[in-house]
Design a protein around this ligand. Structure first.
Ligand SMILES: *Cc1c(COP(=O)(O)O)cnc(C)c1O
Length: 488
């Protein structure tokens, strides 16, 4: 069994095995003609069920053959130009090289004595990101598992900073008095974080958005005033720079102004919009982000990085102390005085992947402009998709894109019942998924069912968009035709 351990005597086996795995994926990439096979849970479950985990195959080739059957054949492939559903990006090759290196070396970024070099690389990338944001020299941050964790950590810091007696701010009598303000289009991890942080059930105040799906600052001001009037504490405002559904960017400068006025922590959730940090033409859409106290970025959404790769950034490094605990066996307090950099001092995680290496490899190979160019391409594509949808009488489209998302709904000329239109759109999405020809997402707007394209693949063309819109219309019409038959 020792022959399976990765070490000096198995280097050749490692090379062969990993290459074999890579060959399988490369063959898949070369032959995949649809984003999905349309396999059903019922078809796939028995294939996985009947595998006896207590009877290993002992052979990489055999295991990969089996994997073809249980995973590779029917996986959802994000690199395919007709995968248009969620916030998943195709990944860049330098990052995948980084992934292979980081898992083989297996550094853990909690302490310097487990990650010499890695710690400094991560810190340099945090500094690089902070510079792009426009934070000053006091800024810091740490890589996380994703935007949800980044938001949780940011709100933990905000909660601690809102504690009683803090200079310049009225302290909260109890956690129940703390309020977080976020728009109705903000990510659900804000509410989940509030719950995890022990805040009350009314802790998150939902601020309405306008027709452009951006937070209404007049309404925010109103809510902040009400909070103060009621003797409650405005703990944080979460501004979303790139909402998950619409890609809309809240008005950051106006929100920053209000945060200052009311002494609230400003967290900018740029999990999606962070791609603009490298944009060659749209960086200005993030103006005001430099006034945040904390920022969430998901490199695994708009930097073309493999899952997982995210970070939480803070304007003032000192605020990260709220995540600091010292363990004698790991990161004793004396190490701080010895100036040994232990990233665990800043993180909610302990053992932690060296995800930063993927971004490092990407920047060193392609440069920041290379990422920005790719992201600009998908934003341009969304503009053209918007024009197509706006000109197409078969479709109703919600809002012009700020990033790369389009939300729309099929509106058959002959049908007026909105519930029936809902059903036609739901059916079309399902049928499209079952066909595997394309994958699109769905959401609700104003209580009605809509469909969604999240465009993150620069290989997707306007022809793809046109073709998928025709497919959706075909499925919706089929549904309506059948329901007419059933009704008569
Ligand atoms: C995706 C997303 C998140 C959550 O990020 P994960 O990496 O999926 O945990 C948070 N906020 C916004 C706006 C997002 O789009």
């Amino acid at each position: 069994m020792r022959s399976h351990l990765l070490n000096d005597t198995t280097a050749e086996r490692y090379r062969r095995s990993v290459t074999e795995g890579i060959e399988r994926v490369a063959a898949k990439l070369a032959t995949t003609d649809r984003p999905f096979t349309g396999v059903t849970v019922d078809a796939l479950a028995p294939r996985i069920d009947r595998i006896d985990l207590d009877r290993p195959l002992h052979d990489t080739t055999a295991v990969l053959d089996e994997l073809e059957d249980v995973y590779l054949r029917d996986a959802v492939y994000f690199h395919h130009p007709r995968y248009l559903a969620h916030l998943n990006c195709p990944v860049v090759i330098p990052a995948v090289v980084g992934e292979a290196v980081l898992s083989a070396v297996n550094s853990s970024l909690d302490t310097w004595d487990q990650s010499a070099g890695g710690t400094l690389i991560e810190r340099k990338l945090i500094d690089w990101t902070n510079e792009r944001i426009g934070f000053g020299p006091a800024a810091d941050g740490v890589f996380t598992s994703g935007g949800s964790q980044s938001n949780l950590q940011a709100l933990l810091l905000a909660r601690e900073e809102a504690k009683p007696g803090r200079a310049g701010r009225e302290g909260a009598a109890s956690y129940g008095d703390l309020r977080i303000f976020a728009s109705e289009a903000s990510h659900f991890s804000v509410k989940k974080s509030a719950k995890l942080l022990g805040l009350g059930p009314d802790a998150v105040v939902t601020v309405p958005t306008g027709a452009d799906k951006r937070m209404q600052t007049v309404a925010l001001a109103h809510e902040l005033e009400r909070c103060r009037r009621e003797g409650l504490v405005p703990m944080a405002v979460v501004a979303t720079a790139g909402t998950t559904d619409f890609g809309s960017i809240d008005p950051l400068p106006e929100i920053a102004e209000l945060c200052e006025q009311f002494g609230a922590w400003l967290h900018v959730d740029a999990a999606y919009g962070c791609g603009l940090l490298t944009s060659l033409k749209n960086r200005h859409r993030l103006d005001g982000i430099e006034r945040a106290d904390s920022v969430t970025v998901d490199y695994h959404k708009s930097f073309f990085q493999p899952v997982s790769s995210s970070a939480v950034l803070v304007r003032d490094a000192a605020t990260l102390r709220h995540a600091t605990y010292h363990a004698e066996y790991l990161n004793p307090r004396r190490m701080v005085h010895e100036r040994i950099p232990n990233q665990v001092d800043k993180s909610l995680q302990t053992t932690r992947r060296f995800d930063a290496l993927k971004l490092w490899m990407t920047l060193r190979t392609m440069g920041a402009d290379g990422i920005g160019q790719l992201f600009d391409e998908v934003c341009d594509l969304a503009e053209r998709g918007w024009e197509l949808l706006a000109a197409d009488p078969r479709y109703d489209v919600v809002v012009a894109p700020s990033l790369s998302t389009l939300v729309f709904r099929y509106i058959p000329a002959a049908v007026t019942d909105p519930a029936e239109i809902d059903r036609a759109n739901l059916y079309a999405r399902k049928a499209l998924f079952a066909s595997g020809d394309a994958v699109v997402a769905g959401t609700k707007v104003g209580g009605r069912h809509f469909l969604k394209f999240t465009l993150l693949n620069p290989e997707t063309t306007t022809d793809d968009i046109t073709a998928v819109l025709d497919l959706i219309a075909g499925h919706a019409e089929q549904y309506l035709g059948e329901s007419l038959v059933h009704a008569s």
